[in-house]
Design a protein around this ligand. Structure first.
Ligand SMILES: Cc1ncc(COP(=O)(O)O)c(C=O)c1O
Length: 401
């Protein structure tokens, strides 16, 4: 049978992702992987999960195992909206919806908002999973420039003046892939711009609680509540396997997200939601997050120290105040795909940065390094090996140039 002929037209936009192959290789035994974006499994709060699991069985013998409302398990919606309010982001309980991972929100937003050819503004580089989610709906991307303080306001202003934009997608805090955070000044400028142009912005915020230093920054949602869909996740501060994400969407957008979700999975796992409700209401998030910070900060420090020590001085890399990633920009001409092929032979994996660019052909000289999964010693050794392969890559590019 010719299965190709059966595929819907939209699959043309959903390029089979080469990144899957890269990550498959990276997860083989014996490889030190700086490639994925996954938490350290040693940081999963297993004891708490064991205790809360039996509590959930006793407390919600029906609701935790029965079909539930598409909007989400009411006690979880309540505690999540309370938490957001406490940290300065006022969201209404009715506005807050639970999804199967924040990835589920991104897909639902694509389905509700994007008609083929609609303009979506993204940072350069941006989160690959958002591109994958949106691509199915055929957007046309307007890429704006970023610097170490986030998207450049003048570039965003130009994009909004010159295009009829459907929405802007940003990861303001400890961005994936760069680890960068939009400064307070820049946040104010962005909030002002989206209000002035009356445009919708999607604020994707899975990492902000993993802050190792510096002051907490207000969300864009708190600065322009009617213009921002806030997207959050419990993957990085609880466990990704529960698949718990959430959205706070203004106006009728919330209702449309619910309609879309109904058709996708009816609702997110009742048991996961009940467990998360107990986790949050019992104050466990507040005790667990400092432990995660204690776990990840030394790994970030080990990575930055090794980069300072071993990487070429004409390369640039980010110095994230939190999150899970360091972003490296090599000198022009170096091809990180080639570096990847050689480093994998030496049992070290990373993610070539080109996957995070909406425009084909950009970012060949960049790499994303994850520091949450491997231990500090392995990170140090991996960076040393990478530096040797990067040096060889640089020499080749000079010879070729
Ligand atoms: C910026 C960003 N958004 C969304 C996600 C998806 O997370 P989840 O679906 O586990 O909530 C990730 C995962 O790494 C991410 O980095």
């Amino acid at each position: 049978m010719n299965y190709d002929a059966l595929l819907a037209a939209r699959t043309e936009n959903m390029k089979a992702s080469a990144i899957r192959e890269t990550l498959k290789v990276a997860s083989q035994p014996g490889i030190v992987s700086l490639a994925g974006g996954v938490p350290d499994p040693a940081g999963f709060p297993l004891e708490i999960i064991r205790e809360l699991s039996s509590r959930v069985v006793d407390k919600y013998p029906e609701a935790a195992f029965q079909y539930g409302p598409t909007e989400g398990f009411p006690p979880l919606r309540e505690v999540l909206s309370d938490r957001l309010r406490e940290s300065g982001t006022n969201v209404d309980r009715d506005e807050l919806l639970i999804f199967s991972g924040s990835q589920g929100v991104l897909d639902a937003l694509g389905k509700v908002l994007i008609s083929r050819g609609d303009k979506v503004v993204v940072e350069t580089p941006t989160y690959l999973g958002a591109l994958q989610a949106f691509n199915a709906y055929g957007p046309s991307y307007v890429c704006i420039d970023s610097d170490e303080n986030g998207p450049v306001a003048a570039s965003l202003a130009r994009a909004l003046e010159q295009n009829d934009v459907k929405f802007v997608y940003l990861v303001p805090t400890f961005q994936n892939p760069t680890g960068r955070t939009i400064s307070l000044e820049r946040r104010k400028e962005i909030a002002e711009l989206i209000r002035f142009h009356n445009v919708l912005l999607v604020e994707d915020d899975p990492y902000s609680r993993l802050r190792y230093e510096g002051a907490h920054l207000p969300t864009l949602k708190s600065m322009a509540p009617d213009h921002v869909v806030y997207v959050g996740s419990l993957s990085k501060v609880f466990a990704p396997g529960f698949r718990l994400g959430f959205a706070a969407a203004p106006g009728i957008l919330a209702r449309w997200l619910v309609i879309v979700k109904q058709g996708v999975d009816l609702h997110t796992s009742s048991f996961s939601q009940a467990l998360a409700a107990e986790y949050l209401a019992g104050g466990h998030l507040d005790t667990h997050v400092p432990r995660l910070i204690e776990r990840y900060k030394p790994k970030r420090d080990a990575m930055l120290k090794a980069l300072d020590l071993h990487f070429p001085s004409d390369f640039k890399w980010s110095r994230p105040e939190g999150g899970m990633f360091v972003w490296v920009e090599g000198t022009k001409g170096i091809d990180m795909d080639e570096v990847y092929k050689r480093s994998i032979v030496r049992s070290v994996a990373f993610l070539p940065g080109r996957y995070f660019f909406a425009r084909d052909g950009e970012g060949r000289e960049t790499m994303r390094l994850n520091f949450s999964k491997a231990d500090s010693d392995s990170i140090e050794q991996a960076i040393r090996i990478l530096s040797e392969e990067v040096d060889r890559g640089s020499r080749r590019s000079v010879l070729a140039g």
